[in-house]
Design a protein around this ligand. Sequence first.
Ligand code: PLP
Length: 387
Amino acid sequence: MKTRSSRLADMVQSDIRRMTRECDRVGGINLGQGVCDLPTPDPVRDGAIAAIRARRSLYSYPEGVPELREAIAAKLASKNGIEADPAREVAVTVGATGAFAACLHGLLDPGDGLLVFEPYYGYHVNAAILAGVEPHYCPLAPPDFPVDEAAVRAALRPNTRAIVVCTPSNPSGKMWTRAELETIARVAEDCDLLVITDEIYEDITYDDREHVSPATVAGLRDRTVTIMGLSKTFSITGWRLGYAVAREELLAPITLACDLLTVCAPTPLQHGVAAGFGLPESFYTELRAEYAYKRRVLCDALDAAGMRPIRPQGAYYVLADVGEWGYATAREAAMHLLETAGVAAVPGSAFYRGADGERLLRFCYAAERPRIEEAARRIESFGSAGA
Ligand code: PLP
């Protein structure tokens, strides 16, 4: 009997999950997996509890509860500069992950190609493979990861149908500039491509850098599916809520795919999270300040340890270059750091196809302050002991 689908044949458990298990084994501090354990804002938590008490627990429409879609549309208009009709152009999904999967299944066919920028978020690649879609790659070079139009065009294949833009990016923290998005707009227009965004880290940005939603760039609104999430902004990774925004002709098949894959996103949590859209601007300012503090503490420790951090512009990950330490692989470097200092990071190879990732480790600083501070102390002593 065949016990695994051919689509999964070459897939193994990601290094991210593996490092979590290894970290649990040694009782280390896990800066590997991107879980954020900050407290959920009270109105969001209380809204969900109230919805459960009020038995608002039935299936919702596949596109989500109307009040939440209206709150999302208002936020898109005021914060992102995207005008979207909440009735026909916004769908609530099971996380940004569910939105991305529904996009692949709703808009692409097996055998189509999807362009991702390397370093990439592994889920984008693996979800594509699971949907029978072929990943194509455009490498971006550290430390700034600039986008070059000729390189983007060269990375396209005859079957490429869509481009993924993840901004702020996991793992690099790169935030795409308007000029870079205009490059994508030109290429997408010339080659008639769909653009799928992943903007789940839109609220975690540094140094007053502005998040630009690709759909607001000239020519992109009609060919873009904007994917955003609530996991990171409200620290509710386990609630599984995100949303997709696109013109009606694109959103209808995405919603149908959502229905077939998951029926709907968790209903009481949809009601609860709507309250989050009323949080004052100070909530976002404090969120950014908190992550800026953790970025500084961790990057300073990596610097002191000689690990050469690539300071992120957004999101809550930092890639550090350990290439000069002479480990054969990034996995070996990560295991040595874990066994010696009790700090788990993800080998850079999880975000690259080839050797470029073998010099890098990715650290996530979404944990609470004392854990980040303790991890920073351990990393510094690891460095001063000669790694
Ligand atoms: N997109 C990116 C770039 C991520 O880094 C993550 C989580 O780490 C997700 C999506 C997952 O989002 P969600 O929890 O909304 O499915």
